[in-house]
Design a protein around this ligand. Structure first.
Ligand code: TRP
Length: 348
């Protein structure tokens, strides 16, 4: 994120699919940006995209609800304040559905089909289905795509515009969805007169963290992430099982930094980067053991997670419900007034 940018007059909006508790990768990739935006933006909306989770992940609502509870606790425990942010649940904001219907009139099927984010997600799903059901052709699979899944870029455009967002902090993979939202905004404004604002993405300059097993992405389903809510014992186990350099068998041997997850996490969380640079040199030269580095990372993560755990212990389920009720009421009123504006412009 560009630290010099002035966001004082900007409204920010982000969303998370509540499909699991948040992990260190979320912290580095997006929570950190939100922590800074809560103090620099005029207002920040944080949405729990439960409907998107239901469709994209094929998860039941009771599971999603329990994750909503956990994710809100994650927010509060890292320091996102309910006084500075509007934290709300997507499914409670019913005016969004009406907005989606109007936006659907502006967009073609080919527009959605050719959206790179959707294309990638469809390919992932086709591959996934193919491995499970054998011989499902991509075409057959495309025809069985859930309608709301195909329409989720429109739903996301509604999310972004309903709360008058100026900026949306996202990862690179979500950029085509921001472009589509701006296409919808432009089409709407040309057809019905200036009504909606364009939005700018804010890209985090730290990519998401690798999984502890060395895979490109940490995720709950791969069981390779360290969660913000993990206990000391679990963190210790996970750190000690981390992927390093498989060819670094003896301490005296030179080790590789590239792909070495311990160094990746140390770079993300250890406060003194000069020290890390020295350790990297020693490791490459030979003479520095993985055990030493893992103990150092464990201590670093414990220093980071300690205060987060303390704050988490003070947040009750009732507190979470109250935060979501208040946030969802505020978000509802704003979305409703955007809907009125849209309908006025359309002369409905
Ligand atoms: N698609 C986002 C994700 O998968 C979640 C999301 C839903 C979102 N609506 C949004 C993100 C609006 C930014 C803006 O994480």
């Amino acid at each position: 994120m560009n630290e010099c940018q002035d966001f004082r007059h900007s409204i920010s909006l982000t969303g998370d699919r509540p499909t699991g508790p948040l992990h260190l990768g979320h912290y580095v990739g997006s929570l950190k940006t939100r922590l800074s935006l809560q103090d620099t933006c005029s207002k920040q909306f944080i949405m729990l995209a439960d409907l998107q989770a239901m469709v994209n992940e094929n998860m039941g609502m009771s599971t999603i609800k329990s994750y909503i509870n956990e994710v809100v606790k994650d927010y509060i425990s890292v320091g996102l304040s309910p006084d500075k942010n509007v934290i709300f649940t997507q499914s409670k904001i019913t005016p969004l559905h009406e907005i989606i219907t109007y936006y659907n009139t502006l967009i073609t099927l080919s527009h959605l089909h050719h959206n790179p984010t959707i294309k990638q997600e469809m390919e992932d799903r086709a591959t996934h289905a193919g491995t499970h059901q054998h011989c499902v052709s991509n075409n057959d699979h495309n025809m069985s795509i859930n309608m709301h899944f195909l329409l989720h870029p429109v739903s996301q455009a509604a999310d972004i515009t309903a709360f008058n967002a100026d900026v949306v902090p996202v990862g690179h993979d979500q950029l085509p969805l921001i472009h589509l939202a701006n296409d919808i905004v432009d089409k709407f404004n040309i057809k019905f007169g200036q009504t909606l604002k364009n939005v700018k993405p804010i890209l985090s300059n730290t990519p998401r963290l690798s999984g502890i097993d060395g895979r490109a992405k940490a995720s709950k389903s791969l069981n390779n992430a360290i969660f913000l809510s993990d206990t000391t014992d679990i963190v210790k186990k996970k750190v000690h099982s981390m992927y390093t350099d498989p060819d670094h068998i003896h301490v005296s041997q030179p080790g590789k930094i590239e792909g070495n997850v311990v160094f990746e996490y140390l770079t993300a969380f250890y406060p003194n980067q000069e020290h890390i640079d020295e350790l990297k040199q020693n490791y490459t030269r030979g003479g520095l053991g993985d055990m030493f580095l893992k103990n150092m990372l464990f201590k670093t993560l414990e220093d980071f997670l300690g205060p987060i755990r303390e704050r988490r212990a003070q947040v009750t389920d009732e507190h979470v419900s109250a935060i979501l009720d208040t946030g969802s009421q505020i978000a509802f009123d704003i979305a409703q007034s955007t809907l009125e504006r849209i309908k006025n412009s359309m002369l409905l």
